[in-house]
Every structure is written in structure tokens, then in C-alpha cells.
Design a protein around this ligand. Structure first.
Ligand code: 2P0
Length: 321
């Protein structure tokens, strides 16, 4: 039995739209920060005693599209290792819903790493990233720690993530602001599909996101929080603009999302280096320096209360336990 641990990540330049939904090839490159604290542990063994794959997540049998995607990853591993045995998979998410973060990135990164090793494969991180991508696009990035760049690529082999800066030795962290834990009405997979098909803003989104890859990489390497945060906030707003333009129009924003975005902008006008990003849901992540955490926690708590806030630091890539 092999166990791997992978952490969640937050995209600073987002993945939003598939050019190929079988291979999960995105339209544009994305850049993320892997977080500490929130992770998934996944154990895998291939056994001749099993008739079919047995997969449980948090002690419940996996079903639906999660099961289809997990089997896709296991089938790829079996193909590469030239084995035909079924697998037993136990996965535990340490991603509290109270943080408002998704667990698919950490889950599929941990599954890719654990299943490859359990099948006797020795894959480098690029190959693991390609494998994880078949489970969930954002999982390709969780193979690596710190700041990570997922190259959109044009085919299976050219669409992978790599490290920009694995050890983050400068002052940047993130405050997660939980607004709603209810399951969202439009999943990311369906949301991006609708936007690709119907939003006239989609091509402009892809162009703007791709144009920001070089400046974002430079901001990271120069440890420039203001530049990084500005680019990340602009990128998030452009991603959400595509949803307003879709037919039918939709949004992940809720009233409190806008209240937090406004507070962050107001504080920035007063000189605090803080920037918002929002994924496919109502929750906000505020990018800031540790030195400003106290002030931000106080101001944000006025809107959502202290229990809705938690601090995340840069975290490591996938490891074996
Ligand atoms: C991201 N998101 O870059 C973007 C920003 C949501 C908004 O990756 O269909 O769960 O499994 O490839 O990876 C969420 O999408 O989508 C996501 P699939 P995934 O983090």
C-alpha cells in the first residue's frame, strides 16, 4: 500500500475553459500557489484479489463523475505499468469546508502519485502532473509546491505544470473568507463549458490571461506583492466577467462577495497591500503580507465574523508518507 499527500492550490491566473475535455487541455496557461494546511492523503494498492476498483473518499464509496475521473487515472496507470489488476483506494480530505476551498486539486494529485508508485512506475513530476491533469485540471499544479505554472500545451504531453518558485522565502500569505459552504448551483466543469460555448467575452478572457503569464512570473521572481496581487485580482474579475456574458447568464458572486471585494479595495486605497481572488464560488481569498494579517482579519470579520476567516501559507508539493 502506497500513501501520498498533496495540498490544495489557489490560482493567481486561472484555468477557465477546456479546449479538449477528454484530455483536459485548457485554453490558457495558469499560475497558482500551493497552500499548506489543506491536503488530501490517498493510499492505493493493486491486488489480484479484487474483482473491480474499490474507491472510498472520507470513508464513503466514491460515485458519479468523481468515480469516472478516478478510474480514468487508474486506467492510465495500469496502461503504463502494463498491469490488469484492480485497485483499492482510500482517500481522506483534510480540506475543511469551512475554508471554502475545493479538494479536487489535492485529491487527484495525491491519487496520481500514490497509484503510479503502487503500480511500480517511477514517474518524474512532469509525468505525474500530466497524469493528475486527467483527474482534474487544477490537480496538475498540486504536484508542485510554492508557485506553479501549468502550460496549456497543445496535446497530452505538452500540457503539464512546473515549478516557478518552490520555496517561498518572502512575505506573502492568503486569508480565506468563507461566505457560503452550500454546494454551488453551477459546478466549475459546467460553468466553464457554458462560458466557452456561449460567452462572447471568452476569447477576450483567454487573450488577457495568456498576456499576463510573463508579467505574473516576473512579479513572483521579483517577490513583488503589489504587482502579483494586482494581476491576480484583475485576472479573477475577468474570469467572472465571462459568466455574466454567458447565455444563460450566471454568477458565482453573492452580496457578501461584493462586500469583501469593496472592503479590500478600500483598504488598498488607504495603502494596505491586499488583493482579492475568487474561484468558481462565492468565497474570496485575500492575498496580503503577513504584517497586515491582523488589520485585515479585524476588518473582514466585521462582514463575515472571525470564524469565517483562516490564514494559509505557501505549501509543499506532493510527498509520500
Ligand atoms: C483554477 N478553477 O485555476 C480554476 C479557477 C476554478 C476557477 O480549476 O473540470 O475542478 O476538474 O478540470 O480543476 C476548478 O476546476 O475543473 C478550477 P476540472 P477543476 O483553479
Amino acid at each position: 500500500m502506497i500513501t501520498a499527500r498533496a495540498h490544495t492550490n489557489i490560482a493567481l491566473l486561472k484555468y477557465w475553459g477546456k479546449k479538449d475535455s477528454e484530455l483536459i487541455l485548457p485554453y490558457n496557461d495558469s499560475i497558482s500557489l500551493t497552500l499548506d494546511q489543506f491536503y488530501t492523503d490517498t493510499s492505493v494498492e493493486f491486488s489480484q484479489h479484487l474483482k473491480k476498483d474499490e474507491i472510498s473518499v472520507d470513508e464513503k464509496p466514491l460515485t458519479g463523475s468523481g468515480l469516472t475521473r478516478a478510474k480514468r487515472v487508474l486506467d492510465l496507470v495500469r496502461g503504463q505499468a502494463q498491469i490488469h489488476t484492480a485497485a483499492r483506494v482510500y482517500s481522506t480530505n483534510h480540506v475543511p469546508t469551512s475554508a471554502g476551498l475545493a479538494s479536487s486539486a489535492s485529491a487527484f494529485a495525491a491519487l496520481a502519485a500514490a497509484s503510479a508508485k503502487a503500480a511500480g512506475l517511477t514517474l518524474d513530476k512532469r509525468a505525474l502532473s500530466i497524469l493528475a491533469r486527467h483527474g482534474s485540471g487544477s490537480a496538475s499544479r498540486s504536484i508542485f509546491g510554492g508557485f506553479v505554472h501549468w502550460h496549456a500545451g497543445t496535446d497530452n504531453q505538452s500540457s503539464y505544470a512546473e515549478s516557478i518558485q518552490s520555496k517561498v522565502d518572502w512575505d506573502i500569505n492568503l486569508i480565506t473568507v468563507l461566505i457560503n459552504t452550500n454546494e454551488k448551483k453551477v459546478s466549475s466543469t459546467n460553468g466553464m463549458q457554458s462560458v466557452v460555448k456561449t460567452s462572447p467575452f471568452f476569447p477576450a478572457w483567454v487573450k488577457a490571461a495568456q498576456a499576463d503569464v510573463a508579467p505574473m512570473t516576473e512579479a513572483i521572481l521579483n517577490k513583488n506583492l503589489a504587482k502579483l496581487g494586482t494581476l491576480a485580482e484583475e485576472n479573477a474579475m475577468r474570469m467572472h466577467a465571462t459568466t455574466f456574458g454567458a447565455d444563460p447568464s450566471f454568477t458565482y458572486f453573492q452580496p457578501q462577495t461584493l462586500a469583501i471585494l469593496n472592503t479590500v479595495r478600500n483598504l488598498r486605497e488607504q495603502g494596505v497591500k491586499c488583493y482579492s481572488t475568487v474561484d468558481a464560488g462565492p468565497n474570496v481569498k485575500v492575498i496580503c503580507a503577513k504584517a497586515d494579517n491582523e488589520l485585515l482579519l479585524t476588518q473582514l470579520a466585521k462582514i463575515v465574523g472571525h470564524d469565517a476567516l483562516s490564514i494559509c501559507n505557501p505549501g509543499p508539493g506532493v510527498t509520500y508518507l
